[in-house]
Design a protein around this ligand. Structure first.
Ligand SMILES: Cc1cc2nc3c(=O)[nH]c(=O)nc-3n(C[C@H](O)[C@H](O)[C@H](O)COP(=O)(O)OP(=O)(O)OC[C@H]3O[C@@H](n4cnc5c(N)ncnc54)[C@H](O)[C@@H]3O)c2cc1C
Length: 383
């Protein structure tokens, strides 16, 4: 490979560029904004900072050890996070990753990519200011990838709406609220100097979701005055799209959101962006890009595809005559076993395929635990 063009400089593109440049290949990364405050919660799981310890070492985050899960019907359950979550401002996180790409030798260009054309087995990358020839393209332009001939073909139902406010306020813990018959949730994530308050979900128009979020904020006393509104698309592929997901083509690979690589249950995308960027960068540098799709599917694609079949059942399904989410909260208050399973989910360390087995294997013991604790009037975690 003589020159690799990386289109987009979010977590996926920045990590991919670093890997290619570190292998001694000329790497040019294009991003119209470079480091910016991308609409995002900024939550980085234990799984992510275990894989990338420099995230933890950066100190650029708020470390959160407590979460409170709510539904209106079931009240609240507190969850102690043994493996804390780190909440970053996206400007800081993107800058950190772009600095690492630059230190490895990648050339960073702040410019908008207008198109890419294939000519004589190479790419011509057309930007607002120049044309650059490249032998390979790594497409990292995010969920709204404008380069339509590359990356995931998003069909209706393959994305969640995600919107929210950066609120000039402070709190120590994360709040998550579920709603009856709503496939999604509201979050409050404390960042270093403000709160990221948002909602993500499917099956409801954006204005209705915004109104739902604003009602929540009013109820919680979270003021919109002085807050900045944000909205974006969040990939959440349906099972059928996972099966035919277009991650690679002649002379290109798609990474991160451009490849739909987001957890369809939690909306976690930063880890998958970084990891897919790393895999793509290494394989392109080794001139074996043909191994990329199999590597993604082996490592987490299969699990995320399975998760896509769970999401709707989890948010909209019922168990023992009540909603799953209300049951989750009621059971969390009584069952140490369920408590540790949900902790693993927040840490990102339990594959969904194992979750099914864990819940199945421990259902009897969990229900016994709940029965005993109800009888003894004992709570594991109170709201
Ligand atoms: C509201 C919301 C909340 C979220 N919360 C979380 C969370 O708490 N934790 C988590 O893990 N994930 C979260 N996600 C998902 C996460 O934000 C994404 O999965 C992640 O940013 C994907 O990284 P990426 O590099 O693939 O894409 P992006 O971060 O979107 O980066 C794409 C880059 O490409 C650039 N670009 C696009 N088009 C062009 C062009 N034509 N020319 C030049 N540059 C271009 C953009 O400027 C951008 O910098 C959230 C998403 C949303 C929408």
């Amino acid at each position: 490979m003589k020159t690799v063009a990386v289109l987009g400089g979010g977590p996926a593109g920045a990590v991919a560029a670093r890997q290619v440049a570190a292998a001694g290949v000329r790497t040019v990364l294009f991003d119209e904004k470079l480091a910016w405050e991308k609409p995002c919660g900024g939550g980085v799981t234990f799984k992510a900072y275990q894989q990338y310890p420099f995230l933890l070492e950066s100190g650029l985050y708020r470390r959160v050890t407590n979460t409170c899960l709510h539904t209106r019907e079931a009240g609240a359950a507190r969850l102690q996070l043994d493996k804390p979550m780190l909440i970053f401002s996206r400007r800081d996180l993107n800058q950190l990753l772009l600095d690492r790409a630059s230190e490895a030798g990648a050339e960073l260009r702040q410019t908008r990519v207008l198109g890419i054309e294939r000519s004589g087995g190479r790419w011509i990358v057309r930007t607002s200011s120049e044309e650059v020839a490249a032998d390979f393209a790594i497409v990292a332009t995010g969920a709204r990838n404008p380069l339509r001939s590359t990356g995931t073909r998003f069909a209706a139902g393959d994305s969640m709406t995600a919107l929210g406010y950066f609120v000039p306020d402070a709190q120590e813990h994360i709040d998550i609220e579920f709603f009856r018959q709503f496939e999604g949730y509201v979050w409050v994530f404390p960042r270093a100097d403000h709160l990221s308050v948002g909602i993500c979900g499917k099956g409801e128009p954006a204005p209705a979701m915004r109104a739902r979020l604003e009602r929540y904020m009013e109820k919680r006393g979270l003021r919109r005055e002085g807050a900045t509104f944000y909205g974006h698309m969040l990939p959440s592929l349906e099972a059928g799209t996972w099966r035919s997901n277009r991650l690679a083509g002649e002379g290109w690979l798609a990474v991160g959101d451009a490849g739909g690589l987001v957890d369809p249950v939690t909306g976690e995308g930063i880890y998958y962006a970084m990891r897919s960027g790393e895999l793509a960068g290494d394989l392109v540098a080794a001139e074996t890009p043909g191994d990329y799709t199999a590597a993604i599917n082996r490592e987490f694609g299969g699990d995320l595809a399975y998760a896509s079949t769970l999401a709707r059942r989890l948010f909209l399904g019922r168990y023992l005559f009540d909603s799953n989410t209300a049951r989750l909260i009621q059971f969390l208050r009584r069952s140490p076993r369920l408590h540790s399973i949900v902790q693993e989910l927040f840490a990102g360390t339990m594959p969904y395929l194992d979750l099914r087995k864990q819940i199945k294997d421990s259902l009897h013991l969990t229900l016994t635990e709940i029965g005993v604790n109800v009888f003894l009037r004992r709570m594991v975690s109170e709201g």
